[in-house]
Design a protein around this ligand. Structure first.
Ligand SMILES: NC(=O)c1ccc[n+]([C@@H]2O[C@H](COP(=O)([O-])OP(=O)(O)OC[C@H]3O[C@@H](n4cnc5c(N)ncnc54)[C@H](O)[C@@H]3O)[C@@H](O)[C@H]2O)c1
Length: 331
C-alpha cells in the first residue's frame, strides 16, 4: 500500500514506523518544517520516542502535494486545533473517493464537530475513518502489545485501515460506530485532566476510580444522545482509552491536570507539559455539547470552572461530592 502520513509529531512518527514495518511504502509530512528537518538529519533521535528509529525507506517531505499524490491511504495525525486548516489545504490534491483515516482526538470548539466530520466536510468525496483506543505512542513504538479500533461507515475502508496497521502486537478491531469512537476518544481527555488534578491534590486511588467511572457515565450519556452506541463506550475507544489516559504518566492531559492540582494556572501547566493539551480545548466543546443536548455532565462542568473561571480545584471536587444525593444509574 502507498500511504501518506500528515503530521510528524509523536503519534504520526510512531504510526509511520508501524506502517513501514508492515511493508508499506510510506511518506511522512509535517506543517512544522523543523520536525522534518530534525528527522532528515537524524532518524534515530525522535522526541518522546527514545528507543524508536525511523526506517530509511520512509520518505520525508514538506510538500503537501507530494504526500497527497497517488496514495491508497492518507493518515491524519495532526493536533486537533490544526485539523481544519490542513484538511482544507489537502482538498485540491486528493482524488475523489480518497480513503483517509483520522488518528487525532478532539472536537472543534467553534462547530462542535468531531475531527472526521471536519475532514469530511472539507473533503466531501473522501471516505473518512477514525482509528482510536488505548495507544500511547511511547509504547506502540517499543512493540508493546496494543489493541485499538477503526471505525468507518464504509466497511471496505475499515478493512483497508485494519489491514494497513495490524501486525503481531498491534491488533485492530473494526466498528461502524464512528461518532461513538470519536466522542469516547476526545471526551476522555477532559476526564484525564480531572484525574491529574486529583493526583496533584494528593487524593487517592478511590477518588480517581470514582472520577473515571462517573466520567465514562457522563461520556456515555452524551454519546448515546448524539447517536453513538452504548457498547462503544465500554469498548477500547471508551473505557479502554479512559483507563490508559487517566492512569499513565505518558498522558499530557493527565500531566497538565497534575500541575493544576499542584496550584499552577492553566497557562503555567500547559507550558510545563510543552505539548498541545487537547483536553483544555475539548473541555469547552464538551460543556457546549452538554448544554446543546441537555445532558448532565457535572465533571465536565467543574473542569471548565477550574480551567477558565479560576475556581480552586479542591473546592471543585468538594462541590462535585456535595451535589444532591442520587441513584447511580437511571435518573
Ligand atoms: N501521542 C500519542 O501517544 C497519541 C496516541 C493516540 C492518539 N493521539 C492523537 O494524535 C494526534 C497527534 O498527536 P501527536 O502527539 O503526534 O501531536 P503533536 O502535538 O506532536 O502534533 C502533531 C502534528 O500536528 C501538526 N501541528 C502542530 N502544531 C501545528 C501548527 N501550529 N500548525 C499546523 N500544524 C500543526 C504538525 O503536523 C504536528 O506534526 C492528537 O490528536 C492526539 O490526541 C496521540
Amino acid at each position: 500500500m502507498k500511504v501518506g502520513v500528515l503530521g510528524a509529531g509523536t503519534w504520526g512518527v510512531a504510526l509511520t514506523i508501524q506502517l513501514a514495518a508492515n511493508g508499506h511504502d510510506v511518506m511522512l509530512w509535517s506543517a512544522i518544517a523543523k520536525e522534518i528537518d530534525a528527522l532528515s538529519a537524524d532518524r534515530n533521535t525522535i522526541p518522546n520516542l527514545p528507543e524508536a528509529k525511523l526506517q530509511e525507506c520512509v520518505a520525508l517531505t514538506k510538500d503537501l502535494k507530494e504526500v497527497c499524490t497517488g496514495k491508497d491511504l492518507i493518515v491524519f495525525a495532526v493536533a486537533s486545533p490544526f485539523v481544519r486548516s490542513v484538511a482544507a489545504k489537502v482538498k485540491k490534491f486528493l482524488p475523489e473517493g480518497q480513503r483517509i483515516v483520522n488518528v487525532g482526538k478532539g472536537i472543534e470548539e467553534a462547530t462542535l464537530m468531531t475531527l472526521t466530520q471536519v475532514i469530511a466536510e472539507e473533503n466531501p468525496t473522501a471516505s473518512v475513518a477514525v482509528l482510536s483506543g488505548p495507544s500511547h505512542a511511547e509504547e506502540v513504538s517499543r512493540g508493546i502489545p496494543t489493541a485499538i479500533v477503526v471505525g468507518s461507515s464504509n466497511p471496505e475502508t475499515a478493512l483497508l485501515v485494519q489491514d494497513a496497521f495490524m501486525n503481531d502486537f498491534f491488533r485492530i478491531y473494526t466498528s461502524s460506530d464512528v461518532i461513538g469512537i470519536e466522542l469516547g476518544g476526545s471526551l476522555k481527555n477532559v476526564i484525564a485532566l480531572a484525574a491529574g488534578v486529583v493526583d496533584g491534590l494528593g487524593y487517592g486511588d478511590n477518588t480517581k476510580a470514582a472520577l473515571m467511572t462517573r466520567g465514562i457515565a457522563e461520556i456515555t450519556r452524551l454519546g448515546v444522545k448524539m447517536g453513538g452506541k452504548q457498547e462503544t463506550f465500554s469498548g477500547l475507544s471508551g473505557v479502554g482509552d479512559l483507563i490508559v489516559t487517566c492512569t499513565s504518566t505518558h498522558s499530557r492531559n493527565h500531566n497538565a491536570g497534575y500541575y493544576i492540582g499542584k496550584g499552577y494556572t492553566m497557562e503555567q501547566a500547559m507550558n510545563e507539559v510543552k505539548q498541545v493539551v487537547e483536553g483544555v480545548f475539548c473541555a469547552k466543546a464538551a460543556k457546549k455539547l452538554a448544554d446543546k443536548y441537555q445532558v448532565s455532565m457535572p465533571i465536565v462542568e467543574e473542569v471548565n470552572h477550574v480551567l477558565f473561571d479560576g475556581k480552586n480545584a479542591r473546592e471543585a471536587l468538594s462541590d462535585l461530592f456535595g451535589r444532591h444525593r442520587t441513584r447511580e444509574y437511571g435518573d
